[in-house]
Design a protein around this ligand. Structure first.
Ligand SMILES: [Zn+2]
Ligand SMILES: [Zn+2]
Length: 314
């Protein structure tokens, strides 16, 4: 089968053995390229098929999205219903630790499969994972109708965050920089601004840099909250503004999935109810053979991409 890996910072499309072993064989339909993929490729990740945002069809024809994280099932974190903070969550992550979805086929443990209703556009499967990230982050802070929020950053995570907040009746502004981001926010019915206002109850940092975090602290009211998504790829300093305003800084990683709640199921539900999200966010579609170009576009800030998806079957 054809699959995508990286070596010394470059993308490689090549032949691989079809996956054998445990897990269900998934015929991949599509996979998204994530900002973290770009960081990992640049930092020299190798030896694994890329892609943690993906889904496809099971052998018996069911469309599924995939939760790429694993869990040991027995540590205190797993036992208390927070398996996303188990060591195994990242240590068995498809696309970084075990083979991912930028391939024709991948084997996935049945517990990681998330059903997608019949008749749904298969293109949604690659957006379920980033939306689950966002839903987890939004659930990390108590939000009630009438509250105000701002999202700093209008890439895919920012736009998805604003969409979830709007869906929950929260008044939300999203800070956009480029024309295509303003356009996307408009298509999603979200209020786009060039500069944040002040005194929001909650700010969401969908960029994770010093500049974006400082902007969040500026925009948040005293005793409000700042939710930090993603990974801190270069160190960030905390400043006294956080102390003087007594702002709660809330980190968010991965997604919850326990007996009471499953962010992936909520993400599927939201994408089914709002097809405009998929249509707006996936700005670029490539075939598996075109993956080198796809990564170039995802890396190019001038290309106007929000989400670049690679379709194993066009
Ligand atoms: Zn991702
Ligand atoms: Zn565990």
């Amino acid at each position: 089968m054809r699959a995508v890996t990286s070596s010394q910072g470059s993308i490689v499309v090549s032949d691989h053995e079809e996956p054998t072993g445990t897990g269900e064989l998934i015929t991949v339909t599509s996979a998204g390229i994530c900002g973290s993929d770009l960081h990992l490729v640049a930092s020299g990740l190798s030896g694994v098929i890329l892609g943690h945002e993906f889904g496809g069809f099971t052998a018996d024809g069911r469309l599924v999205a995939v939760r790429p994280t694993g869990e040991c099932g027995s540590c205190p974190q797993c036992a208390s219903g927070f398996p996303h903070t188990c060591r195994e969550a990242a240590a068995s992550l498809h696309g970084t630790s075990i083979n991912g979805g930028l391939a024709e086929f991948v084997r996935v443990q049945p517990s990681r499969l998330v059903p997608v209703p019949d008749g749904t556009d298969p293109a949604i499967v690659g957006l379920v994972e980033p939306l689950a990230v966002v839903i987890h982050g939004v659930n990390r802070v108590p939000l009630i109708q009438g509250m105000s929020a701002v999202v700093i950053g209008s890439g895919s995570i920012g736009l998805l965050t604003a969409s979830v907040l709007a869906d929950r009746g929260i008044t939300v502004d999203i800070v956009c920089r480029h024309p295509h981001q303003f356009e996307a926010a408009e298509k999603l019915g979200i209020n786009a601004v060039a500069k944040p206002g002040v005194n929001y109850d909650v700010s969401f940092d969908a960029v994770c840099t010093q500049e974006s975090l400082d902007a969040c602290f500026n925009a948040t009211r005293p005793r409000g909250s700042v939710v930090e998504f993603g990974m801190i790829w270069s160190s960030i300093q905390l400043k006294n503004q956080m102390m003087l305003k007594e702002i709660s800084l809330v980190p968010s990683i991965f997604y919850s999935h326990n007996h009471e709640h499953n962010d992936f199921e909520d993400a599927v539900d939201m994408l089914v109810r709002h097809p405009e999200i998929t249509n707006t966010l996936i700005t670029h579609r490539f075939s598996l053979e075109e993956s080198i170009r796809a990564f170039e576009v995802a890396n190019d800030r001038q290309a106007g991409a929000i989400k670049v998806h690679i379709f194993s079957r066009m």
